[in-house]
Design a binder for this molecule. Structure first.
Ligand code: NDP
Length: 451
């Protein structure tokens, strides 16, 4: 706890005691607390009103059984979660994750991060997150549908366009959102389009929502590069993952003249010195749902596939690294390799992909570092734009929506940079993001009284 202000140490100790066995949640809280020493010095009432303790305690946590029948007629049971973390700024907002690793601690870390991320967008959205330990890999379309319907049969009573608005995350894309929206509509007998975001365009989705997280991280990272009078043009870029966020990061980086030479999935990574063929990657990963090794097989002998247990995608020398897979995927050792290979910027597309040690190594080396709660906020910001279109029964063009996204990302970048300057740490986007997000939520909570 050495980097934590002494007034905050007992608060952190109590969070750890009350949330035993949830290391990812502890990590997310610790990272924010490291930035709050100056804030409590400037706003002593935040301590008097127990605002930090209140922000660390979710408003509501829902855990439920999800029974469903697989294709062989067997009954399967999964566990569902929804953590409604903070509604000071608006309805709870944040995605649903389907992955076998999902547990309460992971959902709480994601929900906690989401509160500050949503505050940074400047839009009226609170923070929440949910999901299930269901593994979508290898499941038939019918199994996915039955699972999503069963999940929503419980979840629907806790949602509403003014109450709680989920979206996608790992393992939850347009197909899953469609099945869940269908079941919500059936159970409520209402066409409440704004209750879920990430919908297909055909029935109320927003253009550019699918692309928004990856595009947004690319805009944020570009803004960081511009502070050093450079940009993506001609840069070697490594993007981890090959899901929604990774694919649209690759697309935008390429459009800015960057050369993405490697990407991955949980089975390993590919290195394509000619630049990743985005069309082929989408065909393999998005449409056919195959493994990344298939990309190397189809591209031929010029492309290497390295298994996950034989190396890391961060061993590939690059100028810019954009981790876009999952939490704690970039270790201190990986960060040292990146620094040795001359990396100049790291933009976090995933949530908390860099370990605390990795962040320390990168910051000490003077690498531009965009933390996920700022750099990947474009997804949720565009979800809020989808809610806005649903509420006004309007639909915007791709260009209109992307223009708003680009403006929002620039303003998040500038707010983080200005806050870091104001608190005497120029260029420290971690401090800037944590303080700017926290202060907006805490000030609203103070005005709402002790609730
Ligand atoms: P997807 O499910 O579309 O893709 C996830 C990718 O990460 C896949 O390539 C997957 O590989 C890989 N991955 C997942 N878990 C692991 C693991 N344990 N080890 C190695 N690789 C892994 O998810 P998204 O692209 O939507 O999400 C990626 C990250 O971005 C997450 O951290 C998410 O919270 C964050 N994020 C997403 C937003 C969105 O709008 N979708 C918004 C903001 C943040 P494999 O297929 O082998 O599992």
């Amino acid at each position: 706890m050495t980097n934590i202000d002494e007034k905050l140490q007992p608060i952190l100790a109590e969070v750890i005691r009350r949330n035993a066995g949830e290391p990812e949640f502890h990590q997310a809280v610790l990272e924010v607390m490291e930035s709050l020493g100056h804030v409590v010095a400037k706003h002593p009432d935040f301590l008097e009103l127990a605002l930090i303790e209140r922000i660390c305690e979710p408003e509501r946590q829902i855990i439920f059984r999800i029974p469903w029948v697989d294709d062989s007629g067997q009954v399967q049971i999964n566990r569902g979660f929804r953590v409604q973390f903070n509604s000071a700024l608006g309805p709870y907002k944040g995605g649903l994750r389907f992955h076998p690793s999902v547990n309460l601690g992971i959902v709480k870390f994601l929900g906690f991060e989401q509160v500050f991320k949503n505050a940074l967008t400047g839009l009226p959205i609170g923070g929440g997150k949910g999901g299930s330990d269901f593994d979508p890999k290898g499941k038939s379309d019918g199994e996915i549908m039955r699972f999503c319907q069963s999940m929503m049969t419980e979840l629907h009573r806790h949602l509403g366009e003014q109450t709680d608005v989920p979206a996608g995350d790992i393992g939850v894309g347009g197909r899953e959102i469609g099945y869940m929206f269908g079941q919500y509509k059936r159970l409520n007998n209402r066409y409440e389009a704004g209750v879920l975001t990430g919908k297909a365009i055909a029935y109320g989705g927003s253009r550019a929502r699918t692309e928004a997280t990856g595009f947004g991280n690319t805009y944020f990272t570009k803004a960081m590069l511009e502070t050093r009078d450079t940009d993506f043009d001609g840069k070697r870029v490594v993007v981890s993952g090959s899901g929604n966020v990774a694919i649209h990061t690759i697309e935008k980086v390429q459009s800015f003249g960057g050369k993405v030479i490697a990407c991955s999935d949980s089975s390993g990574y590919v290195v394509d010195e000619a630049g990743i063929d985005l069309e082929l990657l989408q065909e393999i990963k998005t449409r056919r749902r195959e493994r990344i090794s298939e990309y190397a097989r189809r591209r031929g002998s010029d492309v290497d596939f390295v298994k996950a247990d034989s190396g890391s995608v961060w061993d590939v020398p690059c100028d810019v690294a954009m981790p876009s897979a999952t939490q704690n995927e970039l270790s201190g050792k990986n960060a040292r390799t990146l620094v040795k290979n001359g990396v100049i910027a790291v933009g976090e597309g995933a949530n908390m992909p860099c370990t605390p040690e990795a962040i320390r190594v990168l910051r000490e080396a003077g690498v531009l570092f965009g933390p996920g709660k700022a750099a990947n906020a474009g997804g949720v910001a565009t979800s809020a734009l989808e809610m806005q279109q649903n509420a006004s029964r309007d639909r915007w063009t791709f260009e209109q929506t992307e223009t708003r996204l680009a403006q929002i990302m620039k303003s998040i970048h500038d707010r983080c940079a200005e806050t870091a300057d104001e608190y005497g740490a120029p260029g420290d986007y971690v401090l800037g993001a944590n303080i700017a997000g926290f202060v907006r939520v805490a000030e609203s909570m103070r005005m709402l009284g002790v609730i």
